[in-house]
Design a protein around this ligand. Structure first.
Ligand SMILES: NC(=O)c1ccc[n+]([C@@H]2O[C@H](COP(=O)([O-])OP(=O)(O)OC[C@H]3O[C@@H](n4cnc5c(N)ncnc54)[C@H](OP(=O)(O)O)[C@@H]3O)[C@@H](O)[C@H]2O)c1
Length: 314
């Protein structure tokens, strides 16, 4: 099979396409022939060596977490999936053998069937971003109908799903994006939009929100905490020593802080698939690239201004 590989940390130019032996599914796993791959910033951040304390100083890795494809082999102990079935899912973030390959082996419990009417590219871009959003809003944030939610970075991969999922949860969403993406956010259900280039979303210091989801990582921590109502939660997706400390230290002001690190989760992916099948949740794919265009696609992702998601078609 073919796969992308890197043996040095660096930009997209360190990727090489090589021939390798196809993996065999272990217990509880299926092997999937990959049809489409969802691109996430973590793909190029890991390749750049941003997390080398966790990924090692001499990498031999294949990038990628998100994929959709067709099951071609079932490992021992797998129930509920069959050969030829279209499935989608994400691999654990730090796994050395990622999804930029002809075949991937994945735990069946991390997958969900691709809903009828959803394309392989739309399915492939959902798992990591939509699960991040789902976990932030519902698992940790526990937003209730009528909650006021601020999403900072609402037009990107995670933000587009967070916006739609919050609306599904009947929250009232204020979306922060560039001026160009205000109508995109309103079209996905935001009731207020803020252009970050002309206004500070938290400048008046009022406690307006039950949940602030700082996806872009540009909000002041102090102002964001002040912008929360009592029992409100600030969620970040940007790991680091300070975020880690803040997430474990007890607070005395009745407000909560959560550092989200997404994990594969088939059960919640089924819920996401149901919303997609019912037309409540849509993947918005800015562009689908060919499998030979990874470098171009990554450079677009690295711009930090993708609207929705980017995909690779195999
Ligand atoms: N910890 C985790 O588990 C986890 C999971 C997923 C993602 N992440 C991280 O979360 C970040 C976002 O991921 P993503 O997939 O959503 O990225 P993305 O698709 O590249 O989206 C980035 C978005 O940020 C917006 N943005 C840029 N500057 C901004 C600013 N100053 N204020 C508000 N928004 C701004 C852009 O919107 P405009 O074009 O409108 O400016 C763009 O739509 C990345 O750093 C990623 O690594 C972490």
């Amino acid at each position: 099979m073919w796969k992308y590989r890197y043996q040095h940390y660096g930009g997209p130019e360190v990727l090489e396409r090589v021939e390798a032996e196809s993996p065999s599914p272990g217990s509880g796993e299926v092997r999937v022939r990959v049809r489409a791959i969802g691109i996430n910033p973590i793909d190029w951040k890991l390749t750049r060596g941003d997390f080398r304390l966790l990924t090692g100083f001499k990498p031999d890795r294949t990038p990628g977490a998100d994929f959709a494809g067709v099951i071609d082999e079932i490992g021992p102990g797998v129930r509920g999936f069959s050969s030829g079935q279209a499935v989608f899912g994400m691999l654990p973030l730090l796994r050395a053998q990622g999804s930029y390959a002809e075949f991937v082996c994945a735990k069946a419990e991390h997958l969900a069937p691709v809903p009828d009417g959803i394309s392989m590219t739309d399915a492939a871009v959902m798992p990591l971003s939509a699960l991040t959003a789902f976990r932030a809003l519902f698992l940790h944030g526990r937003i209730a109908p009528g909650a006021d939610v601020l999403i900072n970075g609402a037009a990107g991969g995670v933000g587009s799903f967070a916006l739609q999922l919050a609306v599904i949860g009947r929250a009232r969403v204020t979306a922060v994006s560039s001026a160009e993406n205000q109508s995109y956010c309103r079209g996905r259900g935001a009731i207020h939009t803020i252009d970050y280039s002309s206004a500070d979303p938290l400048q008046d210091g009022s406690a307006l929100y039950d949940l602030i989801f700082d996806i872009a990582g540009t909000l002041s921590y102090r102002r964001a905490i002040d912008g929360l109502r009592n029992q409100g939660m600030l969620v970040t997706v940007h790991p680091g020593i300070i975020a880690l400390c803040r997430s474990v230290l007890p607070r005395r002001d009745g407000k909560r802080y959560h550092l989200e690190i997404v994990k594969p989760d088939g059960r919640r992916l089924h819920r996401i698939a149901e919303h997609a099948a019912a037309g409540r949740l849509a993947a918005s794919v800015e562009q689908v690239y060919g499998i030979d265009e990874v470098e171009t696609a990554w450079r677009r992702s690295m711009s930090g201004h993708v609207r929705g998601k980017l995909a690779l078609s195999v």
